[in-house]
Write a protein that binds this ligand. Structure first.
Ligand code: HEM
Length: 364
């Protein structure tokens, strides 16, 4: 009978003998070891993907704990009980809400850092596309989670959000009814959003994240132009495992401390229970990551020729989103210089537009 233990495999030397005698794990360590992290003046951005990953893990852990006491049939009352009767319930809820917002923010920062380092270019098109899907899923997590406490703000902001999908021709009405489970927001909507939030989206996220990380692992990290053009003897690299992985863990600890401070110093609040018959509060606004779109939509006139301004705005967002997802194919392997430059200015305009409209939306 053959034994899997190779006493001379240096990769597994750190494992206990009892494990090494039974399992041949050398190939796994080898798989992680072959990745190297280029060391240059922008290396700090390589931490951003890992931070997003860490925040996702925080979401899973705190989310599972929240599920123990959350009850979609008595949404508001159960969140109130989590805040006031469950030991440390307020802390878990506060951490979950803060980490959700940080995760979206970090995913945006990660995306733009990959954009400006041109990591999306051949052969990493699929890493970019899977990343784009992850960001869309993050936003869907945020949208579905926001409704779950069923307070006034959540209710009216979600009502506006769902209604805006109604403007889409053919599918719009059907999609809005699907989300609401009818014509009005009610308990059936909470149940749908809850199922989406705790089962459908996590399963999708796991799958797409697995692909994203797998692509990075087999292709290695992208080297920016200025680094790649250096003579080989000048290029410096760091081993991913264990050197960079340890640094990743240090950064995660820092993020955990920052998150803990936020959650304790600024505990997440819970508003009055939603009353569908009450008039909508005057300053209803969506979560900050939808503010730019919300603000931009307000600028469109009610009618533009034969179609509504809202439909025109939503179509424009769809088009911009599609172009952004396809950036690796616009600035492709042999793209002429004008197309590369065009993609670059598109990224600058998108980033600037998002910042300006988000701030404007916040203060208006
Ligand atoms: C929450 C969502 C995300 C997670 C957890 C995640 C995770 C990661 C991790 C761990 C890495 C490797 C380390 C690094 O370069 O930072 C990475 C790389 C990368 N990510 Fe993401 N990512 C997410 C979202 C995105 C988004 C939104 C995009 C772009 C649309 C994107 C595009 C990329 C690309 C192109 C790379 C390769 C970087 C390189 O080769 O240098 N990711 N991601």
């Amino acid at each position: 009978m053959s034994h899997t233990h190779d006493p001379n495999d240096p990769n597994t030397a750190f494992l206990p003998e009892a494990v090494r005698r039974r399992y041949d794990l050398g190939w796994i360590i080898e798989f992680f070891k072959h990745k190297q992290v280029p060391v240059h003046r922008h290396s700090v951005w390589y931490y951003t993907g890992g931070i997003a990953l860490f925040l996702f893990i925080v979401q899973i852990v705190t989310g599972v704990l929240l599920m123990v006491h959350y009850n979609p049939g008595q949404a508001h009352a159960s969140v109130q009980a989590i805040m006031s009767q469950v030991d440390f319930g307020w802390l878990i809820r506060s951490t979950h809400s803060w980490a959700a917002n940080l995760m979206v923010l970090v995913a945006f920062i990660h995306m733009f850092s990959c954009f400006f380092m041109k990591s999306y270019k051949y052969p990493r098109e699929m890493t970019w596309i899977t990343g784009f899907v992850l960001l869309a899923l993050c936003m869907a997590f945020g949208f579905s989670g926001y409704l779950l406490p069923w307070d006034q703000l959540a209710f009216f902001a979600t009502q506006i959000g769902v209604k805006s999908s109604e403007v889409m021709p053919v599918f719009g009405g059907f999609m809005a009814d699907m989300m609401r489970g009818g014509k009005e927001l009610g308990v059936q909507t909470i149940e749908r959003f809850y199922a989406l939030h705790v089962w459908v989206l996590p399963l999708m996220f796991f799958g797409v994240l697995g692909l994203h990380v797998f692509f990075i692992q087999i292709q290695g990290l992208h080297e920016p132009d200025f680094f790649e053009k250096q003579p080989p003897e000048k290029k410096r690299y760091m081993r991913f495992f264990p050197d960079f992985a340890i640094k990743d863990v240090y950064v995660w600890l820092l993020v955990m401390n920052f998150l803990g401070l936020l959650a304790v110093m600024f505990p997440w609040e819970l508003g009055e229970e939603a009353d569908p018959l009450a008039p909508a509060p005057a300053d209803i606004k969506p979560e900050w990551y939808f503010l730019a779109m919300f603000q931009l939509l307000k600028l469109f006139p009610a009618e533009v020729g034969p179609i509504t301004g809202e439909l025109l705005g939503m179509s424009l967002f769809g088009l911009v989103g599609l172009l952004w997802a396809l950036v690796p194919f616009i600035d492709s392997e042999h793209a002429p210089a004008w197309r590369s430059r065009g993609a670059f200015y598109f990224g600058i305009a998108l980033l600037a537009g998002m910042i300006v409209f988000t701030i404007w939306g916040y203060y208006s």
